[in-house]
Design a protein. Structure first.
Length: 260
């Protein structure tokens, strides 16, 4: 029996609770089973349901934003299997095959690239005193994950195991690299902005801020070499701190000099 649209929406909403129940033995396995259970009940309608459900209680772990793509494809495979069609790929083998690559891609794109980028953009607004900065971060960061959760789920159900081609066609590993580079550029620009703002407050010549270009260039080179975004963020924070202290001491020295 085919899964209705209402049931598919029900499954997708349950996927929002995927990470609500973790355990060391199966990781996301219980959350995966909880999400797909309404579809299994619809497909098997009581017949062979315990056997079908049992195979989804095993170990499973991938990036939560890309899990909907896997779930959509698995529902399609379950429909084909229940209809007696010859399976292109065993369901559990498919889950194991895509779990590790999707986890690596998702971690690099969302955790390592998009999150620091969204934080850097929000910090620009925070530096300007805009109180909506936290909301800007949440909106900016959640746009892409929400799209992947929706589009991946729809593609997964429509294309089955061929939904993997959807991920390949969008070249997500390349986007992960570009997003990390963009995060470094934004953080570098934020550092320069804070330095110039500090110079203006102490009435120092703005050309002194050009000295901050060297560490920013070095950060960009580190990013091209594949240094982690977290390390680059820490380096940027250190640059801001050291530069601020330097300009503060310089300003104090100039004030003292003017007194003479």
């Amino acid at each position: 029996m085919a899964v209705t649209r209402i049931t598919r929406i029900h499954v997708w909403l349950r996927l929002m609770l995927l990470q609500a129940s973790w355990n060391f033995e199966r990781l996301q396995g219980l959350g995966f089973f909880f999400a797909i259970l309404p579809a299994l009940k619809k497909i098997y309608a009581g017949k062979d349901l315990p056997q079908a459900a049992q195979k989804h209680l095993s170990y499973f772990n991938t990036h939560p934003y890309l899990t909907p793509s896997v779930v959509g494809a698995v529902i399609k495979l379950e429909e084909e299997q229940a209809a007696g069609l010859e399976a292109e790929f065993p369901i559990n083998d498919f889950k194991e095959m895509v779990a590790a690559p999707y986890a690596a891609i998702g971690d690099a794109l969302f955790w390592g690239g998009l999150r620091p980028l969204a934080a850097g953009v929000a910090l620009f607004f925070a530096a300007k005193g805009i109180l909506w900065a936290p909301l800007i971060f949440l909106l900016f960061y959640n746009l892409a994950p929400t799209w992947f959760r929706l589009a991946g789920y729809v593609r997964g159900y429509r294309q089955g195991i061929h939904s993997v081609e959807f991920m390949q066609r969008h070249r997500l590993p390349d986007w992960a690299i570009h997003t990390k580079e963009a995060a470094v550029v934004v953080l570098a620009g934020l550092s320069a902005f804070l330095v110039f703002q500090h110079l203006q407050q102490h009435q120092l010549p703005s050309w002194l801020g050009l000295f901050t270009l060297l560490p920013m260039i070095l950060l960009g080179l580190f990013a091209r070499k594949g240094i982690s975004t977290l390390l680059l963020t820490l380096l940027t924070a250190i640059v801001i701190l050291v530069t601020s202290l330097f300009w503060t001491d310089l300003a104090g020295w100039l004030e003292t000099y003017k007194g003479y």
